[in-house]
Design a protein around this ligand. Structure first.
Ligand code: CO
Length: 146
């Protein structure tokens, strides 16, 4: 397969203890536009998306003590959690990476925020960076319509 490079940084994920306490810094002090809130049941998180140029910041708050975000904050504190790369054909791409020995957290993409399909690569295979592959879903054009 000829692999097309990811198109852009879809978003940067930041783990926070509280959206209520952290969002005002980005909106009121930095002046970024809040695109909306969304709960992602599969990851046990509530997220806030902020628009910054062509990309977004994704603030993530745990909705349960066994959320990956709660575990991350317990271990490392708040901070940058993942970088999401926008890709096409995430299924084929995951298969290709797996065949090349890259450790995957999700072998099959699953529904994420905004109806995107998402899958994470294991940081052990990516220089310690949790990388999310993010394939835009059908409601890509309705991002702001929450
Ligand atoms: Co993300």
């Amino acid at each position: 397969m000829s692999v097309k490079p990811p198109k852009q940084i879809e978003h940067i994920g930041i783990a926070v203890r509280s959206l209520e306490e952290s969002v005002p810094f980005y909106t009121e002090l930095l002046g970024l536009k809040l695109l909306g809130y969304e709960t992602v049941e599969s990851e046990k998180v509530r997220v806030a998306f902020l628009e910054i140029g062509e990309t977004r910041l994704e603030l993530l708050e745990a909705t349960s003590p066994d959320s990956p975000i709660a575990q991350f904050i317990d271990k490392k504190g708040e901070g940058i959690h993942h970088i999401a790369l926008q890709v096409d054909n995430s299924v084929e791409r995951l298969q290709d990476l797996k065949e090349k020995g890259i450790r995957l957290i999700h072998e099959v993409p699953k529904p994420g925020a905004h109806g995107n399909l998402v899958a994470f690569l294991h940081p052990k295979s990516t220089n310690g960076v949790l990388l999310e592959l993010c394939q835009p879903g059908k409601d890509e054009h309705h991002r702001n319509g929450e």
